[in-house]
Design a protein around this ligand. Sequence first.
Ligand code: SAM
Length: 281
Amino acid sequence: MKRFEELLHKGYAQSFEISTVLFHEKTEHQDLVIFETPTFGRVMALDNIVQVTTRDEYVYHEMMTHVPLFAKGDATDVLIIGGGDGGILREVLRHGSVKNATMVELDRSVVDLSVKHLPEISAGAFDDPRTDLIITDGVKFVAETDKRFDVIIVDSTDPVGPGEVLFTESFYADCHRCLKDGGVLVTQNGVPFFQGDEVTNTYRRMGKSFSDNGFYTAVVPTYVGGFMTLGWGTDDAGLRDIDAEVLRTRFQQANIKTRYYTPDLHKAAFALPQFILDLMN
Ligand code: SAM
């Protein structure tokens, strides 16, 4: 029986039983494999790191989108950097206030192969008239664009390989420049139990551009190690503390059925364990 072992964390591995390998090739930018498993549905990995599984994708995709979008309440223009599988785009487009979702993805192959082998993740989002898909490096886009956004969501790979540039001080400064007043940046920021330095580094680097930055959490079974931190950066400190009743009303009016996100969990996600707070000092 074939297995896929993710060796992201030193001295520790998560291992999947493989029923069938659906695709495996080196794209222009990274090694891409998509395989069927008996336990987690279909799984995509890039450079041997699990990116998404059809069984637990909803956790991360709901928390990376509905937290900033319900905090804002009226976002019309959203920028997604990375996110090639289309899960973030799918959830963003469920918000009626969104008029444009610009998605900047480095690797066209990730989009094409996700649509082919993982269609339920994007669920037609790439064909939505509000979607603008741009294939380029996210760093280049935020350095050059004159567009402005209410929310920027960085759904990147880990800070190794092509994703590394999306964790730098200059990248966060350019994201700050591309946000409208009162806008918010959220980022994929790893699992602090194993990747504590990502919390320390992001907190310092993002803090250079944003007057209110920190993290909120979600627990994604296949991003192993417990809490995952999602980076949060804005100049509107009130955004992290929207009244629970307001969130409940917005959630009800949006009429979005979720499997993980709730307004109460939204509020609770900003309460951080002490070991994560310690990493922010
Ligand atoms: N949810 C996953 C996670 O938390 O690890 C990430 C999923 S998504 C597949 C990550 C995407 O980031 C990939 O499609 C990859 O091609 C893209 N990416 C990596 N570096 C990038 C860059 N510099 N600019 C734009 N997209 C990039």
